[in-house]
Write a protein that binds this ligand. Structure first.
Ligand code: SAH
Length: 259
C-alpha cells in the first residue's frame, strides 16, 4: 500500500476488514480527480467509528470498493456546542459552516431572525461544506447542519440545561471572560445575529431566558462571519477541548507511574 494522503468521509459503518462501496461522486473524486487506483491507501472516517486506514480494492469511474484495514485513531467528539447563526450572503455563510466545523462545533443551526434577509438555505450544500472541512482538518466527526428555522421556534424549545452565549453587538466594549459567565462541562450554544443585528423583541425574549447570557466580543462591531469565528474561539479556549483535562495530560500519566 502506498502512503495515505486522502481523507474521505463515508456514510457507511467502518471496522477492520469491512468493505465500503463507493458512491458515483466518491469514485469520480478518488479515481477521476485524485487518480487513485487498486492498492492505493487512504484514510476513512464515518463520524462514529474513528479513523481507519483503507485500501482501494476495486475501481472504475462510476463506482468501486474500499477495504478497511486498521483503525488509526479513535473517534474524537467535539464538545457539546451548537452554533446558531443568521445566514448572510452565500460565500460568508459557507465560510461560517467551514470555520465552525474546524473550530469544533457539534451542531450548526441556521436561524431566521427578524433582520435576516435569507428565507431559505441550501442545507445539502452547507452539509457538504461541513464534510469537506472535517476531511481537511482531521476531524473524525461531521457536525450536523440543521434546516433553517425561525429563531423564536428554536428558543421556544430550548433545553433547560443548555447555556446560550448571546453575542450582543450593543454590548461592544470590554468583555468579561467566557469562563466567568458559563460553567465548563455543560452543554452550550453560541448565537450570532445577522448584519442588521437583533430586534428589540428578540432582545426581550433572550433577556427572559435563564439559560442565556449576553456577551461582548470586544470593542469593535464585527461582521457576522468574524463574530462566529471569534465566539467559537473564545468558547473553545475557555470551556471546550483546547486544553486537555489534567488526567489526560501525558505528564499526568507519567507522574502517576512515579508514585
Ligand atoms: N448592524 C449591527 C451589527 C451586527 S454584527 C450594528 O451595527 O450594531 C452581526 C452579529 O455579530 C451581531 O448580531 C452579533 O451577534 C455579533 N457581533 C458583532 N460584533 C459584536 C461585538 N462587539 N460584541 C458582541 N457581538 C458582536
Amino acid at each position: 500500500m502506498r502512503s495515505a494522503k486522502i481523507r474521505l468521509y463515508v456514510e457507511h459503518p467502518l471496522g477492520e476488514g469491512q468493505t465500503v462501496p463507493l458512491t458515483r461522486d466518491q469514485a469520480h473524486y478518488l479515481f477521476g480527480v485524485m487518480r487513485l487506483s487498486v492498492g492505493d491507501a487512504l484514510l476513512l472516517f464515518d463520524g462514529v467509528s474513528g479513523e481507519f486506514l483503507a485500501e482501494v480494492s476495486q475501481a472504475d469511474r462510476r463506482g468501486g470498493t474500499l477495504i478497511c484495514r486498521t483503525q488509526v485513531r479513535p473517534v474524537q467528539s467535539p464538545p457539546d456546542l451548537w452554533l446558531l447563526f443568521a445566514p448572510i450572503k452565500k460565500a460568508r455563510t459557507d465560510f461560517i459552516v467551514e470555520k465552525a466545523t474546524e473550530l469544533g462545533a457539534a451542531r450548526i443551526l441556521p436561524v431566521q431572525t427578524d433582520h435576516t434577509n435569507a428565507d431559505r438555505i441550501r442545507r445539502d450544500r452547507l452539509q457538504a461544506h461541513a464534510v469537506e472541512a472535517a476531511e481537511q482538518c482531521g476531524g473524525t466527526v461531521v457536525p450536523d447542519v440543521a434546516d433553517l428555522v425561525r429563531l423564536e421556534a428554536v428558543l421556544a424549545q430550548w433545553p433547560a440545561d443548555r447555556h446560550l452565549m448571546f453575542c450582543d453587538e450593543t454590548l461592544a466594549g470590554p468583555s468579561s471572560s467566557v469562563a466567568e459567565v458559563f460553567a465548563k462541562g455543560t452543554p452550550g450554544a453560541i448565537l450570532i445575529g445577522p448584519e442588521g443585528g437583533f430586534s428589540p423583541a428578540e432582545r426581550t425574549r433572550l433577556a427572559a431566558m435563564p439559560q442565556a447570557r449576553a456577551v461582548s466580543l470586544g470593542p469593535r462591531i464585527l461582521r457576522a462571519d468574524t463574530a462566529a469565528v471569534a465566539a467559537l474561539t473564545l468558547w473553545q479556549a475557555a470551556l471546550g477541548d483546547w486544553h486537555s483535562a489534567g488526567g489526560d495530560h501525558p505528564l499526568a500519566a507519567a507522574t502517576e507511574d512515579l508514585t
